[in-house]
Design a protein around this ligand. Sequence first.
Ligand SMILES: [Zn+2]
Length: 112
Amino acid sequence: MRYPCVIRSKHFPPKPFGGISLFGLIIFREDNWVTPREVRHELIHFRQQLEWLFFPFFLLYVLEFLWHYARLRHWGRAYMAISFEREAYLNDHKEDYLRHRPLWANYRKLKK
Ligand SMILES: [Zn+2]
C-alpha cells in the first residue's frame, strides 16, 4: 500500500478534530501531539477513501452523518455512528489492522 503525505497545519482541521485524511493527504494540527493510534485512525480513513475512489466516500460520509443526526439530534453521537468512524475507532488500536482489513469493512459487521 502506498501511504499518503502527512503534513502539519496551524489551523486545520478545526478543533476539536486533531487530524483529517483528505484526498491522499493526512493533515494534523500543529498543536496536536499525534499518537501512533491517531496516525492509524487516519490511515484507515485513507484506505476507506481509496476503495471508494475518494468522492463517493465523502458523499457517503456526509449522507450517513445527516441520517444519524436526523435520528439522534446530537452532533457527537451522529459523528460516532458514521460507519467509517465506527470502523476506524474500533480498530485504530490494532497495529496490523490494515494488513488484514477486508474490502468495505465499514459496511461489514463491526466487531470489537
Ligand atoms: Zn475518524
